[in-house]
Write a protein of this length. Structure first.
Length: 60
C-alpha cells in the first residue's frame, strides 16, 4: 500500500491546520535533528558490529 500525492497533500494540510504555519519550521527542525541523531546512532552500532566481527576473526 503506497501513499499517493493526493493522500500526502491531505496529510500536509492536516499538519498545517493542527500546528499552524508558525510552528512548522520548528517541527521540521526538530524532525531533522532527530533524524540526524538516529542516523549517527545507527552508524555507531554498525561500526561496533563490524569491529566485534573483526575481533572474533582474530581470536579464531
Amino acid at each position: 500500500m503506497r501513499i499517493g500525492a493526493y493522500e500526502l497533500l491531505i496529510i500536509l494540510l492536516l499538519v498545517l491546520l493542527l500546528f499552524g504555519a508558525k510552528k512548522l519550521p520548528d517541527l521540521a527542525k526538530g524532525l531533522g535533528t532527530a533524524l540526524k541523531e538516529f542516523r549517527k546512532a545507527s552508524k555507531e552500532i554498525d561500526l561496533g558490529d563490524e569491529k566485534s566481527e573483526n575481533d572474533e576473526t582474530k581470536i579464531t
